[in-house]
Design a protein around this ligand. Sequence first.
Ligand SMILES: Cc1ncc(COP(=O)(O)O)c(C=O)c1O
Length: 343
Amino acid sequence: MRALNELVRKNIQALSPYSSARDEFSGSAEILLDANENPYGNYNRYPDPYQKQLKEQLSELKSIPTENIFVGNGSDEAIDLLFRIFCEPGIDKALSFAPTYGMYRVSAQINNVDWKELPLNADFEVDIVSLSPLVSDERLKLIFICSPNNPTGNTIDRKSLMKVLDLFPGIVVIDEAYIDFSEEESALSLIENYPNLVVLQTLSKAWGQAGLRIGFAYAQKEIIQYFNKVKPPYNVSLANQTLAFQALQNSNRFNENITTIKQEKVKLEEALANIPQVLKIFPSETNFLLIKLKNATSIYKELVKHQIIVRDRSNQIEDTLRITVGSPAENKKLIQTLQLILA
Ligand SMILES: Cc1ncc(COP(=O)(O)O)c(C=O)c1O
């Protein structure tokens, strides 16, 4: 890996971060007259800028020190901050492997970062051969790999992930939004040995808390310190910190949800396989199924007329729909409606 001071934008290295009122003292206080808050109400105080309580809970759950954790307003915030920390607008580059999650490209373009997509191979795996000639480009700062990948549903082979980490001297971001549905091991265990690795996870999927907007970036502490330097001081609200902390305490519900969603996925897969127009169901280690069927876009539109919204992914892979595994009643209604439309 190149030295971090070669990878991080010079203005970010030189930045004196905003120092919030609560940063400037430690210990306990009886009277807080430092932050122009209102003395009345339940949410009248600014939240902990570093989400200590939430990180401690997560640290225990994931067996990773709190100094290796960044908490964001969804993992989408972490994605945006990665560009802001590492990529000089108009100069630096980032890449990913298509088809994949659309926010990497959008975040790159918002930050005026040159964006490239290499195709995943026929098995939806990372193609090291096509990546190799690009890794020595000094302007290439970030490589995003989504595993399990959205929308293809597969996890990326661990050996390929490690090859990219070994080969590329910049930052490798592994987005594990769906890892809790997968049997594969998380890349979190690689952080200790790879200073160029950032792992993203979220409460939006298996934890069922998409409305809270809580995402995590895990990395060695030198990178996490840059996240803390660049983030807005109070990026996670007090309400959200409290609710996320409560959600993380309920690991029974988390495990039950995963079991139920996996069972429902099998049932949904069986029902879809019985529909003759469904040409292919891609193997999925996530909470969604990607299916191939003739005239996918017009079937998508028919489903919308029945107030059922799935995701038309035909612009990424010809004639495909991505279907989230819903509740038993939702899945049943989807199948009935598809049968009706296709009869
Ligand atoms: C691969 C991937 N990463 C990140 C996200 C967004 O996560 P969050 O809700 O934490 O911003 C999604 C949401 O669909 C996703 O599919």
